[in-house]
Design a protein around this ligand. Structure first.
Ligand code: 13P
Length: 251
């Protein structure tokens, strides 16, 4: 059975000092998560990765992005070996903010996912449609393309490690969350798409999360359904008490 996952994406928030203050109060939250078999994760800025990695135990600390090449003349980028050197084994790929502001295409996401898996790391691959696409009833078409192009041609065993997050762009940071019915429908569709690509054994192993305006007062409505394996949370993951409240709402 797949475990439930609660993952915070801090985006461009928190200095090192603020990350350290958060880390200091996490042991009681980690203990609670362990007792209830919930996997916790946080994706801070690059600068706070090492701080959180050293300052916490029992939380997956993930990068928010990565370059697909090991090294080279790519100003401003961070490579997989650099992350591995500080013990990081997970990275978000294709977050809609990177797709929107940094021209992150499905092709680029695919290169990064391949490199991560070759390095025995876990890609947390984000997919989701814009409001325009949602209104035009193109959600499934868009998400299917993102899944097929991002996750094609992977080793079957490696594919089982991939985490997918369905994050409708119109629901991110807007308070307009997709209803649990929409989330369940699209997440089931994503699982079916993965099944067509890799078979049932693989599709049943892949964790698929929902993200977009998840708060302590609505997280349970998503995770109560067994199709939804967890939540990727932005704003509500920033304050430690809110992070704790997200966890207590699902255990
Ligand atoms: P919010 O929870 O702030 O809507 O952000 C969701 C998100 O983008 C997580 O990756």
């Amino acid at each position: 059975m797949r475990k439930k996952i609660l993952f915070g994406n801090w985006k461009m928030n928190k200095t090192n000092e603020e990350a350290l203050a958060f880390a200091k109060v996490t042991p009681s939250i980690v203990k609670l998560a362990k007792e209830h078999d919930v996997i916790l994760g946080i994706a801070p800025s690059y600068l706070a990765l090492e701080t959180l990695k050293k300052g916490t135990e029992g939380i997956v600390i993930a990068a928010q992005n990565v370059h697909y090449l090991d090294h080279g003349a790519y100003t401003g980028e961070v490579s997989i070996p650099m992350l591995k050197a500080i013990g990081i084994d997970t990275a978000l790929i294709g977050h809609s903010e990177r797709r929107t502001y940094d021209n992150e295409t499905n092709e680029k996401c695919h290169l990064k996912i391949v490199s991560l898996l070759q390095n025995d790391m876990v890609p947390l691959y984000c997919v989701g449609e814009t409001l325009e696409q949602f209104n035009a009833k193109k959600t499934k078409e868009i998400v299917e393309t993102q899944v097929i192009e991002g996750l094609k041609d992977l080793d079957e065993e490696a594919m089982k490690k991939v985490i997918v997050a369905y994050e409708p762009v119109w629901s991110i940071g807007t308070g307009l969350n997709a209803s649990p019915e929409i989330a369940i429908d699209i997440i089931s569709f994503i699982r079916k798409t993965i099944e067509k690509m890799y078979g049932k054994d693989v599709s049943e192993a892949v964790h698929i999360l929902y993200g977009g305006s998840v708060k302590p007062n609505n997280i349970h409505s998503y995770l109560a359904n067994e199709e939804i394996d967890g939540a990727l949370v932005g704003g509500a993951s920033l304050e430690v008490e809110s992070f704790r409240a997200l966890l207590t709402a699902i255990i």
